[in-house]
Design a protein. Sequence first.
Length: 283
Amino acid sequence: MTEHVLAPMLSWQEFLDAARAPESIPDGSGRHGRTEWAGATWEEALRLAVDGWHVPLQEQEITVGALRERAGLGTPVVSLEPVWDVTGSEVDIGAYLAGEPECMVDSVPRRVSRQGKVVTFLIPSVYDHTTPHERIRNRGLALAALCAAIVEAGHGVEIWSGFTTRVRRDSGPCSAVARVISSGEPLDVGRLIFAVAHPAMLRRLWFAVWDGGDAGTAALLKAAQYGVPQPCRPSDLPDGITEPYVFPYLEPDDPQWRDLDTALAWCRGMFADLGLIQPRGAG
């Protein structure tokens, strides 16, 4: 079976550059699909991809912190760390007798990690064409809140978006991955929400990535309405990434995404099972 596999896009900018590349077919859905179905025009999708999508939080008058509270998450672990200076609340006798000017000590609270590992998530961007916008949005907001909780707990988070379909059920996959958030950069919540919660991530930008690639593959995918969704696989990620957590792709009738609170509860349970967060009140 013929497989169509794109080289991994290792940064968000690389993904955006691939989406902006000139089309190899004249009628790709990335630029020319229906706006209502895609959730945004082509120009709006590009702007949101650059600036981030904050509207869901603004519309509901909530913050990521409030989402964490609704999810029943505990606060980050805090320890007291001594800091030496010329002023402070206590005297370090040894430093004072040695003539050190910075002989005063204060205890400063600092958030610390219980495990401090880098957690890699591969989130399928592909779902059935009948999937309602609100279910996409509920899943994305829950994931953003939980990822923020992981970062606050001291872990590094690396988030990949994956595209995997088959043009026919008996054909090889068309697959690609793009890194949305690197573990070495601050968590851009607006970017993350767009990438996992806005239908235009798939129906504009991912389609445009394929529309600008090999003309034969682009035409094949377009004729097949971009294929039948398939689960992403750990092997889709670049070599060297070990033990990623691969989310199941979003089914239109999945009950856990029917509202924001059920989405938060599902993600909380999954992240807790992975040992990445603690429920509120846990020691």
